[in-house]
Design a protein around this ligand. Structure first.
Ligand SMILES: [Zn+2]
Length: 243
């Protein structure tokens, strides 16, 4: 998840001298394919994938599972391996409810400028944490903050992971009111529909700084979003439907 706006992060990146201009775009703009192929969303304006990053997170994840079950909607969860080690029961509850689980690294670093060894450790460590909890292999990966460089994508591929970005940002990591989160979602989904694209919606049931982050506004926004788009005839899918 981005902890600050993409533009601000891009400026910070450029300032470090590590990346500049088009490279910052390639490293940070979520749907950019310049550093390698990433899964975003296909041509199909009627489909929506709700994706939740930075969990598992007690209370918020549990309440979210209730809301999704109520609406009979499956979602995709990109989990932080360190949190899965602390709460493997929550990872199992997500899987048991039929949702898709993906890798969001072990400790949520900016991978674009980590060493090759650290990148591999973050991805393989998270795979191991989730697979220990679930007893099933993990096939999808979302880089923290959407930040990557070619080595990140190559390492993911070597570990059997498809890298997934997004095309709707809801800016929910600062816990604004549900209406604000919903407003961002609706604007993004409307724009995608106009372009004949499905929507891959970035949301957060957890937070990178630890368990217990306040995410009930995201849960409430989810409830409203599903109600609104189900009435409009949208189909909710998990990202493996697009692989
Ligand atoms: Zn994240």
């Amino acid at each position: 998840m981005p902890s600050k706006p993409i533009t601000e992060a891009a400026v910070a990146l450029a300032a470090t001298g590590l990346l500049a201009g088009g490279c910052a775009y390639a490293a940070l703009y979520p749907p950019s394919q310049l550093f390698g192929k990433v899964l975003v969303a296909p041509v199909n304006p009627n489909e929506i994938a709700l994706t939740y990053d930075d969990g598992p997170n007690p209370a918020a994840t549990e309440r979210l599972l209730e809301v999704l079950a109520h609406h009979k909607v499956s979602a995709t969860f990109f989990l932080i391996g360190g949190f899965v080690r602390q709460r493997p029961d929550l990872a199992r509850a997500i899987a048991a409810a039929g949702h898709l689980i993906g890798n969001h690294t072990m400790t949520h670093p900016w991978l674009a400028w980590q060493s090759a060894a650290r990148i591999r450790e973050e991805l393989a460590g998270c795979n191991a944490a989730i697979e220990d909890a679930l007893g099933a292999p993990i096939r999808y990966f979302r880089p923290p903050h959407g930040a990557r460089r070619p080595y990140v994508l190559r390492t993911a591929r070597e570990l059997g992971l498809t890298t997934v970005q997004w095309n709707v940002t809801c800016f929910d990591w600062e816990a604004p009111p549900p209406d604000t989160i919903l407003g961002h979602a609706v604007r993004g989904i409307t724009r995608n529909r106009q372009r004949n694209r499905a929507s891959n919606v970035l949301l957060h049931d957890g937070g990178q700084h630890g368990l217990g982050q306040p995410r009930m506004a995201t849960v409430e926004a989810t409830d409203q979003l599903i109600t609104r788009y189900k009435q409009a005839g949208a189909k909710f899918v998990t990202v493996d439907a697009w692989a």
